[in-house]
Design a protein around this ligand. Structure first.
Ligand code: HEC
Length: 157
């Protein structure tokens, strides 16, 4: 079975070669979500939930697990982070209009109600990231309150 051996060697070489390419890391410094936190003023518990369960994919700073050093897992994680940030980046909150902020918070309520976030792939490896009913309620309440604020600001003077 020479051919199978050749294929196995080729695959191994590809896997080794992949290790040399490292996707760019998401590593903002300092208080990158300060504006978002000041504006929406989440209660301490919500702040912690967002930090521990959402910022890894929805801010400019990810706490990387050790296996991010292994390709192609690193590619896969980088892809999640890229798409997550495209949808919603709490570190770039100041760049959103009031209308967009309101809409993003509406989506937050939706994904939490549906149990769609954090992504399942994330809760497999971060078992404590699965939100309890009580945590969900707290996020939903806070997001709805913040929406009102942006809706009021949206009114013409
Ligand atoms: C492992 C990465 C990851 C984590 C952790 C994560 N998200 Fe996401 N999120 C994504 C990705 C990727 C998308 C875009 C694709 C999709 O909708 O599945 C997304 C999309 C969203 C959207 C937009 C949905 C829409 O309707 O388009 C919202 C809102 C959101 N996430 C909120 C959250 C909140 C709140 C948390 C924490 C409780 C969270 N996410 C945790 C990766 C993540």
């Amino acid at each position: 079975m020479k051919i199978i051996k050749k294929i196995a060697v080729a695959l191994l070489l590809i896997l080794v070669a992949m290790q040399f390419y490292r996707p760019e890391k998401n590593t903002a410094q300092g208080n990158h979500t300060a504006i978002f936190l000041t504006e929406t003023n989440p209660p301490q518990e919500v702040k912690l939930i967002l930090k521990n369960n959402c910022y890894d994919c929805h801010s400019s700073k990810t706490r990387y697990p050790w296996y991010n050093n292994i390709a192609p897992i690193s590619y896969w994680l980088a892809n999640h982070i890229k798409h997550g940030k495209e949808e919603l980046n709490f570190s770039e909150w100041e760049g959103y209009s009031n209308k967009k902020k309101d809409h993003k918070l509406e989506e937050v309520v939706e994904v939490i109600e549906e149990g769609a976030m954090p992504l399942n792939e994330y809760t497999w490896t971060h078992s404590d990231a699965k939100l309890t009913e009580n945590q969900k309620q707290l996020i939903i309440e806070w997001a709805k309150q913040s929406r009102v604020l942006y809706q009021l600001n949206q009114q013409p003077q």
